[in-house]
Design a protein around this ligand. Structure first.
Ligand SMILES: Nc1nc2c(ncn2[C@@H]2O[C@H](COP(=O)(O)OP(=O)(O)OP(=O)(O)O)[C@@H](O)[C@H]2O)c(=O)[nH]1
Ligand SMILES: [Mg+2]
Length: 267
C-alpha cells in the first residue's frame, strides 16, 4: 500500500470515527488548503490540512413551456456552450452532469403542450423542480399586431412558403403565430406551474424559478415575474427566483450554487 492510499484510509477512518460521516471519495487534493465547508457538516471542527470533497448527488426536473431555454440551460451547465439552434425536446432527455463532487441528474422535459401531462411523473421524488421561463414578451404583442394588420393574401403566401400542402388553408399560419405567442406567455406558465404544484406527490419539493433571456431588452423585471407568476402565494415549499441568460451565461453560477446547496451527501 502506497503512502497516498494509507493517507486516504486514515482520513476515511478518521472521518467515520470523529465526524460520524463516511467519506465517499476524494476528488481533489489541494495541498495546504483547509476545507472551508463540506455540505452538511459546516461548523464542525475539521483538523485537516487538505481540501476534501464529499460525494453529493441530486436529481432535478426542468419544466417550462417550449422555447423557454431548458435544453440551453442544461447545455450551459454541462459544457458552458450555447447554440441558437432551436431543436424542441421530444418527450424528455436525461443528462448527468458532474460539478466538482456533485453529480446532478437532470430531467430535461419537453415543454410543448402534448408533453406537459408527463411533467408530474418526472418531478416525483426529485431534489428540486426548476421552472424555466422565457421573458421576451414583445412576441405576444407582435403576434397580435401581425394578426390584425397582415392582409390575408400575405398569410396565404407565408403559409405556402411554410408548407406547400396547406396552401388551401390560409388560416393555419395565423394559428401558428398565435401559438408562437402563447407559448412564451407568463400567464400560461403560471397556470401550468400552479396546476403542477397542486399534485400531492410533489408537496414540499423546492422550486427554483428561472426567468431566462434577460439579454433581451424587452425582458420582464424580476419583481414583475414574481408578481405575474404568483410566486408569493406558494406556501409550504422553498421558492427561489433568478433572472438568467443562457446566451450570455448570466447567473448560471448562482443557479449552480443553489443546486449544490440542495444536493444530498451520499456515502
Ligand atoms: N436570446 C436568448 N435566447 C435563448 C436563451 N436561451 C435559449 N435561447 C434560445 O431559445 C430557443 C429555445 O431554446 P431551448 O433550450 O431549445 O428551449 P426548450 O425550453 O428546451 O424548448 P422545448 O424543448 O421545446 O421545451 C433556442 O433558439 C435558444 O437558442 C437566452 O438566454 N437568450
Ligand atoms: Mg428542450
Amino acid at each position: 500500500m502506497g503512502l497516498w492510499d494509507s493517507l486516504l484510509n486514515w482520513l476515511r477512518s478518521y472521518s467515520k470515527r470523529r465526524l460520524g460521516i463516511e467519506l465517499g471519495f476524494l476528488s481533489r487534493f489541494e495541498k495546504g488548503k483547509i476545507l472551508p465547508s463540506i455540505s452538511g457538516i459546516e461548523g464542525k471542527d475539521i483538523p485537516l490540512t487538505f481540501c476534501l470533497f464529499f460525494k453529493q448527488e441530486m436529481e432535478l426536473s426542468l419544466v417550462g413551456l417550449q422555447n423557454a431555454g431548458k435544453t440551453s440551460l442544461v447545455n450551459g451547465i454541462a459544457t458552458g456552450g450555447y447554440s441558437e439552434d432551436r431543436i424542441p425536446t421530444v418527450g424528455f432527455n436525461m443528462r448527468k452532469v458532474t460539478k466538482g463532487n456533485v453529480t446532478i441528474k437532470l430531467w430535461d422535459l419537453g415543454g410543448q403542450r402534448r408533453f406537459r401531462g408527463m411533467w408530474e411523473r418526472y418531478c416525483r421524488g426529485v431534489s428540486a423542480i426548476v421552472l424555466v421561463i422565457a421573458l421576451h414578451l414583445r412576441l405576444l404583442f407582435l403576434a397580435c399586431f401581425y394578426r390584425i394588420r397582415v392582409p390575408l393574401i400575405s398569410l396565404i403566401h407565408a403559409n405556402a412558403l411554410m408548407d406547400q400542402n396547406s396552401y388551401l388553408f390560409p388560416l393555419k399560419p395565423l394559428k401558428y403565430v398565435v401559438d408562437a405567442a402563447d407559448r412564451d406567455s407568463v400567464p400560461i406558465s403560471r397556470t401550468e406551474l400552479h396546476e403542477l404544484l397542486t399534485k400531492p406527490s410533489l408537496s414540499g419539493i423546492p422550486l427554483l424559478v428561472l426567468g431566462n433571456k434577460i439579454d433581451k431588452s424587452e425582458a420582464l423585471s424580476k419583481q414583475a415575474l414574481v408578481d405575474q407568476l404568483g410566486l408569493d402565494s406558494i406556501q409550504e415549499r422553498e421558492v427561489c427566483c433568478y433572472m438568467i441568460s443562457c446566451k450570455d451565461s448570466v447567473n448560471i453560477d448562482a443557479v449552480l450554487d443553489w443546486l449544490i446547496k440542495h444536493s444530498k451527501t451520499v456515502n
